[in-house]
Design a binder for this molecule. Structure first.
Ligand code: CA
Length: 224
């Protein structure tokens, strides 16, 4: 199910929206200020973000501006102000949509579904993922480096796919855990490190490159 991040300092509202979204089957995380929201956006690999504009720390527009340097997660801005300026600025900075508070939850849910459908369509159009000479054909389930086939186990393939889908974005171990192994996996989180080592052996070491990179204290990223 899609994963949604709510960045909203009105905790009551955040909890209400969280409950409604969970009821619809979405997986939900919350951040109550701009800095935490930005950090989660950059490392959480979310499918959608609900971003309030009036936030302590960094305001929502600033969060969006900074997040857009690294992630293109669809964002629905939430604004209490009936300010045309905020909406225009938000949309200019790449927000998918906006909602003025107070809003009807049904309308928010409909906008979320629409935004997610758009993302799905975009994803379906490009089933080839790449990082430099490394190419993954998702439909054919093949991986190659500079034309040479790379044989991967299912788990290695899944891990590489998540990294490639988020190329350039640092993903935390727990995010990779959730995306590749699922929530129910009760094993050690260092399983992620083990599989990253497998991938490096088959890609980086095999071809003398450094694509699968460690970001100390944060997680992993694939980039050229
Ligand atoms: Ca607020």
């Amino acid at each position: 199910m899609p994963r949604i991040l709510i960045v909203e300092d009105e905790e009551k509202l955040a909890r209400f929206v969280e409950l409604e979204l969970k009821h619809e089957g979405y997986t939900v995380d919350k951040a109550f200020d701009g800095r935490d929201g930005l950090e989660k956006m950059e490392t959480g690999g979310y499918d959608l973000v609900l971003l309030d504009i009036m936030l302590p720390g960094l305001n929502g527009l600033e969060v969006l501006r900074r997040a857009r340097r690294t992630v293109d997660t669809p964002v629905i801005m939430l604004t209490a102000r009936d300010s045309v300026m905020d909406k225009v600025t938000g949309l200019d900075m790449g927000a998918e949509d906006y909602m003025t508070k107070p809003f009807e939850i049904e309308e928010l849910l409909a906008r979320i579904r629409a935004a997610l459908r758009k993302t799905e369509r975009r994803a379906a159009e490009s089933k080839q993922l790449a990082c430099g000479a490394l190419i993954m054909d998702v439909d054919r389930h093949t991986v190659s480096y500079d034309g040479h086939a790379v044989e991967l186990t299912q788990r290695e393939f899944d891990l590489l796919r998540v990294l490639l889908e988020n190329k350039g974005i640092v993903l935390s171990r727990s995010t990779l855990m959730e995306r590749v192994w699922g929530y129910d996996y009760m094993g050690e989180t260092n399983i992620v490190d083990v599989y990253v080592r497998y991938l490096r052996g088959k890609i980086d070491d095999a071809f003398g490159v450094k694509l699968v990179q460690t970001v100390r204290g944060v997680g992993y990223v694939i980039r050229e």
